[in-house]
Design a protein around this ligand. Sequence first.
Ligand SMILES: *Cc1c(COP(=O)(O)O)cnc(C)c1O
Length: 390
Amino acid sequence: MTDRTDRTRLIASATRRGKGRRPVAPPVERASTLLNDTPAAMRDERQGPVYGIEDLAAARELRDLLCDLEGAADAWLVPSGLAAVTVPLTALLRHGDEVLTTDALYGPSRRFLRRHLGARGITTAFHNPGATTDDILAAVTDHTRVLLIESPSSLTFEMLDIPALTAACRARGVLTVMDNTWGAGLAFRPLAHGVDVSVQAVTKYVAGHSDLLMGSIAVADPAVGRPIAETLEDLGWRVAPDDAWLALRGLRTLPLRYQEQARSARIVADWLQARPEVADILYPALPGSVGHALWTRDYTGAASIFGVVMQGGDEAAAHALMSALELFGLGYSWGGFESLITHETGQLAARISPPTLVGQLLRLHVGLEDPTDLIADLEAGLTAWRAAIN
Ligand SMILES: *Cc1c(COP(=O)(O)O)cnc(C)c1O
């Protein structure tokens, strides 16, 4: 199976499951408990889970398929993408340890480091989002236990040299945890590049339909996985069977949606880049953009989300642009079938070294609509923008 492509494997796993006449998709098993025929059977682990906190059919199949995708020895499901970041950190860090991470980290992950871990004697050091590998390694101390990687980073999309970082961290006994939501387990394989723990918000591209929240945590080394599995067991978390079923359905078509959305995103980004109202596009897949060299070297595809730095303007002009759009939803999140737009509202100011941008920062997520229609919609948005700044 291993030399078949992702597209094929993610689908073949459905048709190769089970025996006899059966549905293509697993049943949605809703159960707090499971009944047994005999007292002895209650202790027979070969018969599968005895209690609903263990994974039922859809969750088991989803975990197996995520293992296949990530090249993982094991993978776990958690109730949100944020939990996929917080659980490994909870499992791997102790009082006195330090986390090293990017100043451009996803906001809620940053809040967890500051508030939750900070209150428990675990400190965080931040490196510049555009730091070189040497700069980052120079910030490693005797207390650094985990390098938390997010690449491309949130909002400004800087890229890190992950193979170089993971090799150096391994040599120094520092564990690496990577938030790979942008790569979706597809365009970039953290575990194959030496990352110890690969996490992603399944909420985004895997689920793909903006109808559920979930995260996944994957490891190649069972020794790294053990404290994570125990932490999940201790915290008592599981995902709902219906959500696991929907995420599994999303995963079957992930490669096609991801590829098609990247194709459209590139068309839209190219168009925007040539516009006089736009100063810069922050999109590693775009030639000349931030992180393009590393993206070309390490990635086989791109997410359909990017930053748009406008030429000057103010909040009112950004709002005028957004209000003129009919196809882009005004909403956070990304990875679903629908196009979305947000306006940066202060996350940059929370950084230790906020970037100096020449104008307003918008974030576009390109969905599965026809890119020609999306461009016409943005044309109307730019007309409203011009009217608002004059
Ligand atoms: C959305 C997101 C998360 C969190 O996912 P939720 O399911 O919304 O909790 C984590 N990391 C990144 C990079 C994200 O974009």
